[in-house]
Ligand binder design. Structure first.
Ligand code: ZN
Ligand code: ZN
Ligand code: ZN
Length: 349
């Protein structure tokens, strides 16, 4: 993540809603990629230059700090326009849970935009667009229709179970599935990998390289997942995969690797923007990036240990995993330079 500043010069953060120095309400302009002072509603109404306004989900529910175009559908910002289903706000904790979801979604969209991934929402582009469902099941809401909602991706729709935004419930899931790392942002990044796969699934050359590294994406998915959940991960998965779950199926290996690429990209960008790297390691060739990442991740794990916390990055990027990450980097380069027909359907930023 890059650094942000208020027009008054004070430092802001990607989640900022107010400037601590000048006390102004602020919001992020996704088109200009900078923060602006939010104009009071009466001044906005009188403004003939059609200034962007705070997203409706920020005004009504305080869950969004992005600006929306003055004529945006339902007054929603670029990020909120990707929503299809939000949690039932009649329930106590759901506004806070929704807020957590939106914060992670905005961070994901920022990274995808800055990497140049073509992004269209499914309302405007039902064929190739992306939408999000935030759904409850009986574990977080006894009144919910479904006893079990799986976080996942299908035909352009990312579903995230709302319980993932509740720290206690998420921790229980983490313990039950024996994972060292489970975050809301991690879910968003993983599921966006399944969507990214759809963006290059028509490219025979990329798909054949994919098969060499990850295996056959058309292998029986239901059977593979059932086997993973009953028998556990493949023996020796550590030599080939970034996580145990990645060994379940080539599609999951891809999504886990894609998610890790985004972890690495965002964290290197943050480190570079705070002057913690010698140079901006988000731009150089991939081998340099991985070399920098290995060094940096050991360093910040040690920082965490100094604070009595668990490792922030409890993973090992061995050479097999590095080769898969390099392929993700290659795919991102191809997506950045492709899809002219999809690009025409994109919002103007
Ligand atoms: Zn300020
Ligand atoms: Zn919004
Ligand atoms: Zn998945």
């Amino acid at each position: 993540m890059i650094r942000f500043f208020c027009p008054c010069g004070a430092e802001l953060f990607f989640e900022s809603e107010f400037c601590g120095a000048c006390k102004s309400p602020v919001a992020y302009n996704p088109e200009a990629m900078r923060f602006e002072i939010v104009q009071p509603p009466d001044e906005t109404a009188a403004n003939t230059t059609k200034t962007a306004v705070l997203c409706r989900n920020g005004v009504d529910f305080n869950v969004c700090n992005w600006l929306a175009d003055h004529d945006a559908p339902h007054g929603l910002c670029f990020s909120c326009q990707f929503n299809r289903t939000i949690p039932n706000l009649g329930r106590d904790k759901n506004i806070q849970r929704w807020h957590t979801m939106e914060k992670s979604k905005r961070r994901l969209l920022f990274s995808l935009q800055s990497l140049g991934i073509p992004l269209a929402n499914g309302w405007r582009d039902p064929q190739g667009g992306l939408l999000f469902d935030f759904l409850e099941d009986a574990r977080s809401n006894p009144m919910a229709e479904s006893p079990f909602v799986t976080t996942g991706y299908l035909d352009g729709v990312v579903t995230i179970n709302v319980l993932e935004a509740d720290p206690a419930l998420r921790f229980a899931e983490q313990q039950a599935s024996n994972q060292e790392y489970r975050t809301v942002l991690g879910h968003f990044r993983h599921e966006s990998g399944h969507h990214a796969y759809q963006l290059f699934a028509h490219d025979n050359e990329l798909i054949s390289s994919f098969a060499e590294l990850f295996g056959d994406a058309h292998r029986d998915y239901g059977l593979a997942l059932q086997s993973f959940h009953t028998m556990g991960p493949r023996d020796g998965w550590e030599q080939h995969h970034i996580t145990a779950y990645a060994s379940a199926h080539p599609s999951e290996d891809w999504a886990e690797t894609w998610g890790h690429y985004l972890h690495i990209h965002d964290t290197l960008e943050t480190a570079a923007s705070f002057g913690l790297l010698e140079s901006d390691s988000t731009r150089p060739d991939f081998a340099t990036k991985i070399h920098t990442w290995r060094r940096l991740s050991v360093g910040f794990n040690e920082l965490n240990r100094s604070m009595g916390l668990d490792d922030a990055y409890p993973f090992i990027v061995n050479s097999a995993v590095a080769a898969k990450l390099a392929f993700v980097d290659h795919v991102i380069g191809a997506l950045r330079n492709s899809s002219p027909d999809l690009a025409t359907a994109l919002p103007p930023f």
